[in-house]
Design a protein around this ligand. Structure first.
Ligand SMILES: Cc1cc2nc3c(=O)[nH]c(=O)nc-3n(C[C@H](O)[C@H](O)[C@H](O)COP(=O)(O)OP(=O)(O)OC[C@H]3O[C@@H](n4cnc5c(N)ncnc54)[C@H](O)[C@@H]3O)c2cc1C
Length: 326
């Protein structure tokens, strides 16, 4: 296996990790960012890309998707290496730095590691009838709405994200139908009203029991079993299985760090109990911690400036003002 050399390996491409990637480039560090999700953006991309966010400095309101796009653009000027769809599994001290082992066995050798793993790795709750359909018509979240232009889309679930997706897909899809196995929804009343007000069909007390292809392997229809009225077949080129996610720090719990309530203890420099291993964002814990995007940005800057000094003791902790850089 190859062993790429980077100054900094960031574990987690959520808002904190993306901002850290920008900041590391600004500090002259070569950076790789690993995330088990196939898209950057962490919780924002996976759970609420279409929601407006009102408490990020500099934006009166910003759509989740646009915030992530801006963070990726900001980091891009330093060309971080993305390892998406890859999970960080092992951490071992190696020489002056650290070896991080990814699923599949690849080892990344880094001078320092910044863990921005948020609430951990997301695992979507499975849709039993969708077994084998992931990537062939079924998705758990929608990275690009355009991919569903003109499609009949069935959204499965009764929480906020199911209704968010239905709302977002409504203008582009040929039709959107929500299928939910209970009569009541976990989603907020306001969004339920908004979605039903658009004329979106909502089938309750119902379960998707089968997905069928068009003979060429592409999804064509789903069979829905509706309590008290039997099976109904719906046309569907896409199924969004929005049944929620479970989150788990998983292997990071075995990295020799101080872990409490699924968070990593850090000091005021964002250093963990292990040399050259730092943490920032939702995953980092200290007294008075507030888990917000704005907090993660500040912690990323603190962590990276301290990492710059840990890697090069001649470096200044204060980076200078970015506004002074030509
Ligand atoms: C519905 C909802 C609405 C919200 N609204 C707001 C709001 O209005 N304002 C606000 O400030 N905050 C809001 N938040 C909270 C905000 O999204 C989080 O504070 C923020 O996402 C934390 O960013 P992060 O980068 O620290 O972690 P995350 O966004 O959780 O990203 C962590 C990333 O690490 C990856 N990862 C974890 N473990 C591994 C591993 N072993 N290997 C590889 N990758 C790994 C995960 O896949 C994930 O992509 C909201 C959250 C939710 C769920």
């Amino acid at each position: 296996m190859s062993s790429p050399e980077v100054d900094l390996l960031v574990v987690g491409a959520g808002p904190t990790g993306l901002f850290a990637a920008y900041y590391a480039g600004f500090r002259g560090l070569s950076t790789a960012v690993v995330d088990s999700l196939p898209e950057p953006g962490g919780q924002v991309t996976a759970m609420y890309p279409e929601k407006m966010i009102y408490d990020v400095g500099g934006f009166a309101a910003v759509r989740g998707r646009d915030l992530v796009k801006g963070l990726v653009e900001q980091a891009a000027q330093w060309d971080p290496k993305y390892l998406l769809g890859r999970k960080a599994e092992g951490l071992a001290t190696s020489g002056d730095g650290l070896d991080v082992t990814l699923d599949g066995g690849e080892v990344i050798h880094a001078g320092a590691v910044l863990i921005t793993a948020g609430i951990g790795e997301f695992t979507p709750r499975p849709l039993p009838a969708g077994n084998g359909w992931l990537g062939r018509g079924m998705v758990h979240f929608v990275p690009a709405l355009d991919a569903h232009a003109g499609q009949h889309v069935v959204v499965v679930g009764g929480g906020d994200s199911a209704f968010d997706w239905a709302l977002a897909l409504h203008p582009v899809a040929a039709s959107v139908t929500i299928v939910h196995r209970r009569a009541r929804f976990r989603a907020a009343q306001s969004i339920v009203r908004e979605v039903t007000g658009l004329g979106t069909r909502v089938i309750t007390d119902a379960e998707v029991v089968e997905m069928r292809d068009d003979g060429d392997g592409k999804l064509a229809e789903v069979v829905v079993d509706v309590k008290n009225s039997g099976a109904e077949t719906l046309p569907a080129q896409a199924v969004v299985a929005a049944l929620g996610f479970t989150a788990d720090l998983g292997p990071i719990e075995n990295w020799g760090l101080e872990i409490d309530h699924r968070a990593i203890g850090v000091d005021s420099t964002m250093a963990t109990a292990r040399d050259r291993v730092y943490a920032a964002g939702d995953v980092a814990a200290y007294p008075g911690k507030v888990k917000l995007i704005a907090t993660g940005f500040g912690e990323a800057a603190t962590a990276v400036n301290n990492i710059a000094v840990a890697l090069n003791p001649e470096a200044h902790l204060f980076p200078g003002h970015s506004s002074n850089v030509e």
